[in-house]
Design a protein around this ligand. Structure first.
Ligand code: ADP
Ligand code: MG
Length: 324
């Protein structure tokens, strides 16, 4: 049985509280703020939502996402990432090189829990989720052999990327949306847009404020749609939710998530339903939330402490909320 609770916005746990109707009404009465434009488009494998008082914001954001989709999309055989995966080496574009450099940093700091070379495993499990059957143990073992970022050579001077082992493949699904959100926000700032929310399937950045107030973001109850467990106020921050409640399948009463422990070859299993991370930028929030699902609460707490100003909220399988 496959359960995939993709909502229209594939919100992965987030609802932005803008109450645009109320607020625009209110703004007429008391000048509480400008009306907000809300637009969404399917790009980079999820719905990307842009909320801003500036009508130019959506075009700037969607152009940047569509540009980066051609670089990072593992399911598009013409993307730059697919060319790397097919050939095992190339001179990378600035974006591909930058995201791989960052992926290596997160690999190192997470002790290998965050590993974009998880592709042979993640693809195996994605196929399993689609077919609702477990992968064969031998296939998991074979895939595991090719996993480990140490097998990726990055040359800072020439931007050459080379796989040092046969079978290595990269999947940027745990970091690409956060990277794209940050890039889109840079473009917004360059254009003079000072207030916006960009939400790519639960990987989000809150730029500036919503008129005079911080953006208010609700953390959704993973089990009960539209139920919010906590609200947070954010200005110039990235926030990301990862969890096993969006993409998973149940086999013989056990849940299998799409976030893989690169050490075991099996989906992460820590009794964690979702992790929300707030950080200075969306990419850091994205990579850390994926990492904490793999690491669990204790190691996750140690990891997040290494990022000043970052914090995480974890919901466990009994719907209990923990601050890390
Ligand atoms: P989502 O893609 O739903 O926003 P995440 O940011 O948590 O969620 O990323 C999960 C995706 O990251 C998986 O679908 C897969 O592509 C990739 N992935 C799975 N396990 C790992 C891992 N241990 N390290 C890095 N990326 C991973
Ligand atoms: Mg992530």
């Amino acid at each position: 049985m496959i359960k995939n609770r993709r909502t229209v916005f594939r919100s992965l746990g987030f609802l932005v509280f803008l109450s645009s109707v109320l607020c625009s009404l209110f703004s007429v009465l008391s000048g509480c703020g400008k009306p907000l434009f809300r637009d969404s488009e399917f790009t980079m494998g999820s719905f990307v939502e842009v909320i801003s008082p500036d009508p130019r914001a959506k075009t700037i954001v969607f152009n940047e996402f569509n540009r980066l989709d051609k670089v990072f999309n593992i399911f598009d055989e013409n993307s730059e990432l697919s060319r790397l995966n097919q050939t095992g080496g190339l001179i990378a574009s600035e974006d591909l090189f930058a995201i791989l450099r960052k992926s290596k940093e997160f690999y190192d700091v997470s002790g290998g829990a965050f590993d974009v070379t998880v592709a042979p495993l993640s693809l195996l499990w994605k196929r399993a989720i689609k077919k609702s059957e477990l992968p064969k143990e031998d296939d998991i073992k074979d895939a595991l052999d090719a996993v480990g970022f140490d097998s990726v050579y990055l040359d800072e001077n020439t931007r050459q990327v080379r796989f040092l082992k046969l079978g290595v493949k990269i999947d940027l699904g745990g970091i690409a949306k956060g990277y794209a959100v940050d890039k889109a926000v840079s473009k917004l700032k360059e254009a003079g847009v000072s207030s916006a929310v960009v939400n790519a399937g639960g990987n989000m950045y809150c730029l500036g404020a919503n008129s005079a107030r911080a953006w208010r973001v609700g953390i959704q109850d993973p089990r009960v749609a539209k139920n919010l467990i906590r609200k947070i106020e954010l200005k110039d921050s990235g926030v990301s939710t990862s969890g096993d409640y969006e993409q998973f399948f149940v086999f013989q009463n056990k849940r299998y998530s799409h976030i893989i422990n690169p050490k075991t070859g099996y989906p992460a299993e820590n009794g964690i339903i979702s992790v929300t991370v707030v950080a200075g930028d969306a990419m850091t929030a994205d990579a850390l939330s994926t990492s904490i699902v793999v690491l669990g609460r204790e190691k996750g707490r140690k990891l997040i402490k290494r990022f000043p100003g970052a914090y995480a909220k974890v919901i466990d399988e009994h719907d209990r909320l923990f601050d890390l």
